[in-house]
Structures are given as structure tokens and as C-alpha cells.
Design a protein around this ligand. Structure first.
Ligand SMILES: [Zn+2]
Length: 93
């Protein structure tokens, strides 16, 4: 609507559904019909606002292949953090 009303004529925001296992398209071919009836095609680049992290190796969301411990075991934290356990209500048995 913003492009139709020309309040934001240079940018159209759309919601798309894509296969997360595939490559995301970087451009889309848009056909525009002129008043004469002639259709003009134009390649429009796509800019993604948000792409969730997904690892195709682990088939999990939350990290990508650059951050994957399976692909890059050297990235795994070497020292485990010290765990301090504070017990409450130990009088009840
Ligand atoms: Zn992974």
C-alpha cells in the first residue's frame, strides 16, 4: 500500500515463505503493466530484515554453520564455567 499511495514509493515490504534448507533469492522479477497494456519486467533486489540462524549440518535453529561446534570443534569452549550451587531449605528432610 505504501508504494501504491506513494508514501514510500521506493520500498515495498512483503512477507515471504522460503525453504530454509535452500538458498534465499537475492532478487525477484516483477512485471509491471503500463497503461498501454505493455508489460515491463524489472529485477528488484531483495533485502532481508531478519533471517533466523539455521545450521544445515545439525538441522537446528539458533546457530549457523560459521558458529557450529560440529563443523568447528575448535570453537567449543575449552574450560567449563564454574558452577556454584546454592542450596536452600536444606533443613527439611
Ligand atoms: Zn550446527
Amino acid at each position: 500500500m505504501a508504494t501504491l499511495n506513494k508514501t514510500r514509493p521506493s520500498c515495498a515490504r512483503v512477507k515471504v515463505e522460503v525453504d530454509i534448507m535452500g538458498e534465499f533469492p537475492t532478487r525477484i522479477n516483477v512485471g509491471m503493466r503500463k497503461k498501454t497494456g505493455e508489460v515491463v519486467e524489472k529485477w528488484v533486489p531483495i533485502k532481508y530484515d531478519y533471517v533466523p540462524k539455521y545450521c544445515k549440518t545439525c538441522k537446528l535453529q539458533g546457530h549457523n554453520e560459521r558458529e557450529c561446534f560440529v563443523i568447528h570443534p575448535e570453537l567449543y569452549p575449552k574450560e567449563e564455567k564454574e558452577v556454584v550451587v546454592v542450596a536452600h531449605g536444606t533443613k527439611k528432610r
